[in-house]
Design a protein around this ligand. Structure first.
Ligand SMILES: Cc1cc2nc3c(=O)[nH]c(=O)nc-3n(C[C@H](O)[C@H](O)[C@H](O)COP(=O)(O)O)c2cc1C
Length: 403
């Protein structure tokens, strides 16, 4: 997996820098091309000679005197992935705020490949809200954080802040590399947002979906090489790059937009909250009359069920946003709608679900398996969904080949 990949290892000035010698050595054994960048502080903890010997390349540590060998832009252009370990509170702060005052922080700004951060520091520093906010900011921007462990720290205290095991950092690096371009050549249709069903010319029945989950799936699918069509209803989010957007308002419009794109799709992720019922539209604004108003609702078209009936090669992923009996309702839906995967989430919790940046979901499969995930950003959930989708696509392909 790592053979001939170019991996940049950024080392900043923390006690755990010595552990990164092991990381570099293991990368080298897997035949990766490694370039180590060290900050001035890192050189207080481990010598450049150790890192250059283990990596097989000179250590990069000076913006100006290294010009003849390789500069930060060259490095960024040829990198397949970057790992910053240990990531100090200082480098985390610099990365979060675009500061580029040494070789490492300048290179980070030029990178377009996955960047993995493995923070390590004293627990009081790690739990400081400014460090936590910087990490959250970087995570929202797509940096992958390998959380530090809790335990005995070099300064004699106990708590969170110990560098994650090298094994785990390697695993995260491997997953990030695997995700690159694994949807190339695939067409992915994503729906997002909440439909609005007009009641009269000025009013509508709607829901609280912000579209964040669907937008995250669209963004990540495009980054992983897919051609992405995003059918979105009533959202106010910036469109992800490299995504073809189709704006709609009602369930009916969403149905037509989805059906138009469906036949040549490989994957459909239906993250939109679509109205189940719509009112009869009044041509003129309703006037206040008496103390009661009765609105009669009629069912809208069930888009997911329609797709389930029509599907041939497509991998179909649905969402079950529930406030009660989450798993039972999701299991019912997966069967009725002929889905390959359902993502169940509890929208009654204020810290996840609608409009939140985080989500905590359970995956359910047609064979009855269910897989609960921890709380994570919606972008991280999107990556997990697409990992499962790639797996299902590969299984379908190998079954076809066997037949
Ligand atoms: C003995 C010692 C150990 C340190 N360990 C850490 C550490 O584990 N994590 C951290 O964020 N900072 C640590 N620091 C502080 C950093 O070295 C300092 O903030 C430095 O400016 C970081 O620079 P850099 O991010 O450019 O490498 C330590 C400092 C000393 C003196």
């Amino acid at each position: 997996m790592l053979k001939d990949k170019t991996i940049i290892v950024g080392v900043s000035g923390g006690i755990a820098a010595y552990k990164v010698a092991d990381l570099v050595s293991r990368l080298r054994k897997q035949e990766a091309r490694i370039h180590v960048i060290m900050t001035e502080a890192a050189k207080q903890f481990i010598t450049p000679i150790t890192m250059s010997t283990l990596s097989g390349n000179p250590v990069l540590d000076d913006m100006f005197s290294n010009q003849g060998i390789v500069n930060h832009i060259d490095l960024a252009l040829k990198a397949d992935a970057m790992v910053v370990a240990p990531a100090t509170a200082n480098i985390i702060g610099k990365m979060a705020h675009g500061i580029a005052d040494d070789f490492l922080s300048t290179t980070v700004l030029a990178m377009r490949c996955p960047i993995i951060l493995a923070p390590a520091m004293n627990d009081r520093m790690y739990l400081n809200s400014v460090v936590q906010e910087n990490l959250a900011l970087l995570q929202r921007r797509g940096f992958v954080i390998v959380q530090p462990e809790s335990g005995a720290l070099a300064c004699g205290t106990e708590g969170p802040g110990r560098l994650a095991p090298v094994e785990q950092i390697l695993k995260v690096l491997w997953t990030s590399l695997q995700r690159q371009q694994d949807l190339k050549g695939k067409k992915v249709l994503v729906t997002a947002g909440g439909t609005r069903e007009p009641l009269d010319p000025v009013r509508f029945l709607g829901n609280r979906s912000s579209g964040k989950m669907g937008f995250a799936v669209a963004k990540v699918a495009a980054e992983r090489g897919a051609e992405v069509v995003l059918v979105h209803a009533n959202t106010h989010l910036p469109l992800p790059p490299q995504v073809r957007a189709v704006p709609v308002t009602t369930a009916e419009e969403m149905y037509h937009a989805v059906i138009k794109e469906f036949s040549d799709c490989d994957v459909v992720v239906k993250a939109a909250a679509v109205a189940d019922f719509r009112p009869k539209m009044h041509a003129e604004k309703l006037k206040k009359q008496g103390n009661q108003l009765t609105i009669t609702l009629e069912p809208t078209v069930d888009i997911l069920a329609q797709l389930g009936r029509k599907k041939k090669k497509q991998v179909l992923v649905g969402f079950a946003a529930e406030t009660n009996d989450l798993l039972a309702n999701a299991r019912d839906k997966i069967e009725k709608k002929n889905l390959d995967l359902i993502v169940a989430n509890d929208v009654s919790r204020p810290d996840i679900g609608f409009a939140s940046d985080d989500n905590q979901v359970t995956f359910l499969y047609p064979d009855g398996r269910h897989e609960p995930l921890g709380k994570m950003t919606k972008e991280a959930v999107a990556q997990e969904i697409l990992d499962r989708v790639v797996h299902i696509l590969n299984n379908k392909l190998s079954t076809e080949n066997e037949e």
